[in-house]
Design a protein around this ligand. Structure first.
Ligand code: UN1
Length: 519
């Protein structure tokens, strides 16, 4: 079944398609149109920001525990619709169905965490340095939040922004990726209906990148947006940072990664291989947390690579509704960029993992492929061994089913290589030794470190985010994201009946500083 999706501003579907119409297709069967997407332009973005601005004060007046109940209802409605939503995600972006169900679970987990936050949103009472004076802190909503998200997690990652932003009393406009617009529109409905949200509290903007940038520029200049959340490439993140910086705003940025996995001599090799397979090829390598480069100690390199090659060759790839590790690329544009990355393979590299490289077709088959490769955007898994530091594949994110392998000699070198590309999102180490765990944790630039686990698959209530090219230090999830969607307000309340001056009218107790113990 194909559907038509459109922007929704102040509860009203937007007229026409000033930004043009695009088809969101099934990447496993590119002839199947999942949705016709009517795109808005910069004006629609601005209208959504204004609608949010108008709706926000009344939403902030709803008591936080009542907003928490709304989040509880959203979680239950998402849970009741988990299977159709997961099926839609699989159809629209080609993520294996089991993973899509996990993605929906992540929304429910996020709601379960934040429903109680409505009854906390704690402020503090702080002792004053003067009598008859009280110090207090409050969390205030920031106001209007503009959320711009990618389509590799078309519903879970957006929920990391939308749920806490709404809980904190903000109104939101959400601009999801065009190629996952149907999944995102479905989540939009579940949030609005499940939460019983008043019109304008959550708005949906469907637009391409250029219109979004233009709309955001205008909305910031007009004073209609107070905070931007963005998940996507490092290049676009830098532009958003530049634009918001001009308005003295700091965005919440969740960007790319070149996530390393260190395999030490004490690693349980089969476990490390299993993790490399899931981290590297799950979601066809299209997570921001996907494994970039395995850094293997010289002494275990050959053994690791032989095992990794074998399980990669045996891995089921194909129809995402079947039992596979991964399906197609998300969309044509990701297939095209992945082909570009494959062009970075150099003569000194050893390419392993499949019966070919590039697009899987009848003429370039993958042994054991499940389904009809010709119908979709399927790519061979590719292991590139023998990476050197100067190689493009070593230095850049290669969003797709490609894992690099390089070697190291000692832990200091492993840490240096892990940090060399300049990203800093996720990382992993396989070892039995506590000293290596803590040396790596301390030295690695990543915001997230897994010990004997995958670089991907973060739990939804730990701080999520990166440093360097992976982000500006903002963190999502759990209690930490509250600092993105609220501003601290401090209150000092003097009821002494006189002006007590801080630092000046403060009592001091006089110490007997010359006192010494007698021997
Ligand atoms: C992303 O790819 O943008 O940790 C987020 C993970 C998922 C989220 C990935 N829970 O792999």
């Amino acid at each position: 079944m194909s559907r038509v999706v459109t922007s929704i501003v102040g509860g009203v579907p937007a007229d026409g398609a000033p930004g043009g119409e695009v088809a969101s297709t099934n990447p496993a069967r590119t002839s199947e149109v999942v949705a016709t997407v009517r795109l808005g332009d910069g004006g629609v973005f601005v209208a959504a920001a204004r609608a949010a601005r108008a709706a926000q004060p009344a939403w902030a007046d709803v008591p936080a525990p009542v907003r928490g109940r709304a989040i509880a209802h959203i979680g239950r409605l998402v849970e009741a619709n988990a299977e159709p939503l997961a099926r839609l995600v699989t159809r629209e972006v080609g993520k294996p169905y089991a993973e899509a169900l996990g993605e929906v679970r992540e929304i429910v987990d996020t709601c379960d965490f934040f429903l109680g936050e409505g009854r906390r949103l704690y402020g503090q009472t702080v002792p004053s340095e003067m009598p008859d004076k009280q110090l207090l802190t409050f969390r205030n909503p920031v106001g209007v939040v503009s959320v711009i998200t990618a389509g590799n997690f078309p519903v879970a990652v957006p929920s990391w922004y939308l749920i806490p932003a709404l809980l904190c009393g903000n109104a939101v406009l959400w601009k999801p990726a065009e190629y996952s617009a149907a999944s995102s529109a479905a989540l939009f409905e579940l949030i609005v209906r499940g939460g019983g949200l008043p019109d304008g509290v959550l708005n949906l903007v469907l637009a391409d990148g250029q219109a979004t940038y233009a709309g955001l520029d205008q909305a910031l200049a007009g004073g209609y947006v107070d905070k931007v959340g963005f998940t996507g490439s490092s290049a676009v993140g830098a532009r958003i940072g530049e634009l918001t910086g001009r308005h003295l705003q700091s965005p919440c940025l969740e960007l790319g990664g070149k996530n390393p996995m260190v395999v030490t001599p004490s690693a349980e090799l089969d476990l490390a291989v299993e993790a490399a397979l899931f981290a590297g090829f799950g979601t066809a390598g299209q997570r921001c947390t996907s494994l970039g480069t395995v850094l293997v100690h010289d002494s275990v390199h050959d053994d690791f690579v032989a095992r990794f090659d074998k399980v990669t060759r045996d891995m089921p790839v194909g129809d995402p509704f079947g039992d596979v590790v991964y399906g197609p690329m998300l969309d044509e544009r990701f297939a095209a960029s992945f082909e570009n990355y494959l062009g970075w393979i150099e003569p000194h590299h050893r390419v392993l993992g499949s019966t070919g490289t590039g697009r899987i077709t009848a003429g370039n088959p993958r042994a054991g492929f499940r389904g009809d490769p010709g119908s979709g955007l399927f790519y061979h898994p590719t292991i590139v061994d023998g990476l050197r530091q100067a190689d493009a594949i070593f230095r850049n994110e290669t969003f797709g089913p490609l894992v690099g392998v390089a070697t190291y000699g000692d832990m200091a070198e492993a840490i240096r290589l892990a940090n060399e590309p300049g990203y800093g999102l996720s990382s992993a180490i396989y070892t039995q030794r506590p000293d290596e765990v803590f040396a790596f944790r301390r030295g690695v630039s990543a915001g997230m470190v897994s010990v004997n686990n995958s670089t991907s698959g973060a739990e939804a209530h730990l701080p999520f985010g990166g440093n360097g090219k992976s982000g500006n230090g903002s963190r999502q999830s759990g209690i930490w994201v509250l600092d993105q969607f609220t501003r601290w307000q401090s209150v000092n309340w003097d009821y002494s009946g006189r002006l007590q001056k801080a630092q000046m009218d403060v009592a001091d107790l006089v110490p007997d500083a010359s006192y010494r113990l007698s021997e």
